[in-house]
Design a protein around this ligand. Structure first.
Ligand SMILES: NC(=O)c1ccc[n+]([C@@H]2O[C@H](COP(=O)([O-])OP(=O)(O)OC[C@H]3O[C@@H](n4cnc5c(N)ncnc54)[C@H](OP(=O)(O)O)[C@@H]3O)[C@@H](O)[C@H]2O)c1
Length: 244
């Protein structure tokens, strides 16, 4: 494995779940982590737990000036940016006929446009460091399912954007990794406004061994820790109790 010691990472959506676990795991590998999200108090807990290896930055990925400020803060504080983990996201489920269009807009603005803004603002620095962009997508970025139409659309979009970006920047030494988690126990399903979907998720969580945020963090660290000549393009991680 390549060494991550001394590298600088910016992790979006680091205040809970998968982003928090990735920030913690990278910090344990000696990476200087800048953790971005909106809930400052949750970021402060992470900073306190990780003792100096993680700093917090206020970040709303839907706001272009907030995105620019967060990237400038990371680079201003540490002089470089080696890893961007584009993880911030939300999932609001509902059948198309009952969907709230504001929810659709929020999901596309956060999951898809937000990660595109982050990639655009970080790219000059990743080109300079010959760094790595990790994009957290989902199994819903590969297979769509009922009630998750807009969520899947945002995640399919992420996959398309990441692939085009990978083709553009590979020759310049930047690696693009797409991580696709299956059902992971986090706060994500708390946002599901559709009671039926929330109940289905709760039933599933009782019936199977779900993934943990740390399972996904191991996959992300594996990808970024590879030697420079190895590009791990895509990692699909499913709970082994679930075939689909
Ligand atoms: N859990 C799963 O089963 C699963 C499966 C596949 C993929 N994923 C993906 O994993 C990623 C992380 O989700 P999670 O499961 O860890 O859920 P989570 O615990 O709800 O975490 C979501 C994170 O995104 C952040 N976020 C949301 N909107 C934001 C915004 N506008 N600006 C900045 N940060 C924002 C939240 O922070 P603040 O609210 O503090 O801003 C939070 O830190 C998402 O992209 C999700 O689609 C999850």
């Amino acid at each position: 494995m390549g060494t991550l010691q001394g590298q600088v990472a910016l992790v979006t959506g680091a205040s809970s779940g998968i982003g928090r676990a990735i920030a913690t795991a990278l910090a344990a590998e000696g990476v200087q982590v800048v953790a971005g999200a909106r809930r400052a108090e949750r970021l402060a807990e992470l900073v306190a737990e990780t003792g100096g290896a993680v700093t917090a930055v206020d970040l709303d990925v839907t706001d272009r000036s907030s995105v620019t400020r967060a990237v400038e803060t990371a680079v201003g504080d540490h002089g470089r940016l080696d890893i961007l983990v584009n993880n911030a996201g939300l999932m609001i489920t509902a059948p198309v006929m009952r969907a709230d269009l504001d929810d659709w807009e929020r999901m596309v603005r956060t999951n898809l446009l937000g990660s595109m803004y982050m990639a655009h603002a970080s790219l000059p620095h990743l080109l300079e460091s010959r760094g790595t962009l990790v994009q957290v997508s989902s199994t819903s970025g590969r297979v769509a399912s009922p009630t998750a139409s807009a969520y899947a659309a945002s995640k399919f979009g992420i996959g398309a954007f990441a692939e085009a970006l990978r083709l553009e920047v590979t020759a310049q030494g930047v690696r693009v990794v797409v991580v696709e988690p299956g059902f992971t126990a986090t706060e994500l399903t708390d946002h599901a406004v559709d009671a039926e979907s929330r109940e289905l998720a709760a039933q599933l969580a009782r019936a199977i061994r779900t993934l943990t945020p740390e399972d996904i963090a191991r996959a992300a660290v594996f990808a970024v820790g590879q030697p420079r000549h190895v590009s791990v393009g895509e990692i699909l991680v499913r709970p082994s109790d679930l075939a689909a």
